[in-house]
Design a binder for this molecule. Structure first.
Ligand code: 5RP
Length: 221
């Protein structure tokens, strides 16, 4: 099975968490695109979707799913999203697609976070995938210097502007042994909008597309 088939496998498995009349939070990325496609038969059964990006909004609307503003809802029953890296404790690095800020908002507003990923995303320690940090453009150099002091190598994502009009610094060279601590620390830098660590609000369930068969890991509480 190739990687895309594994993404599709876990995306389809996430449908088991969708119930009638639910408000469904929808993430961003190639794995989520499979989930959106799989959601099509549910379009008249769910209450609607809250989207984490303009790209996912377009896809949802294309298949006739009603996309709601988060402010007009009472949050979502579930949030389904991919990850760039995920640990067995279900802390994640996200933002490879640049949608980290809205993803974090919708995740926070959701009662259950179902992460869908192929098995290559499961890692013992976060940090091999460069950590995305969304930054207000005028603070780009200031934040980059602070990230260097932390031991990282920030690289501007060239030619990329987020849905919120900001830039992304991808931080290489971090070994992230305390994801929740680093998530909080980075959030204190003036100019940082969000960082791609999802540890303070980790996933609740991980569905892992694996050549040996779908694996499910539930977060221990
Ligand atoms: C987008 C994300 C994605 O969930 C992450 O990049 C994984 O993407 P894919 O499913 O394409 O591998 O965080 O901002």
């Amino acid at each position: 099975m190739d990687q895309d088939a594994l993404k599709k496998q876990c995306a389809q498995a996430a449908l088991a968490f969708v119930e009638d009349d639910m408000m469904v939070g929808v993430g961003t990325g190639s794995t989520v695109n499979h989930f959106i496609a799989a959601l099509a038969p549910w379009k008249h059964r769910i209450a609607g979707a809250v989207s984490s990006s303009e790209a996912s909004t377009r896809r949802l609307k294309d298949i006739g799913i009603a996309v709601r503003e988060l402010n007009d809802t009472d949050g979502c029953e579930i949030y389904v999203d991919g990850a760039d890296e995920v640990t067995e404790h279900l802390a994640m690095v996200k933002g490879g697609g640049g949608a980290l800020t809205r993803e974090k908002i919708v995740a926070q507003a959701s009662r259950r976070f179902v992460c869908i990923a192929d098995a290559s995303k499961l890692v013992p320690v976060l940090g091999t995938f460069p950590l995305p940090v969304e930054v207000i453009p005028m603070a780009r150099s200031l934040v980059a210097r602070q990230l260097v002091k932390l031991g990282g190598r920030p690289v501007l994502r060239e030619g990329f502007v987020t849905d919120n009009g900001n830039v992304i610094l991808d931080v290489h060279g971090l070994t992230i042994t305390d994801p929740a601590g680093l998530e909080s620390e980075l959030n204190q830098f003036p100019g940082v909008v969000t960082n791609g660590l999802f540890a303070r609000r980790p996933a609740d369930v991980l569905l892992l597309g694996d050549p040996a068969g779908m694996r499910r890991i539930d977060r221990k509480r």
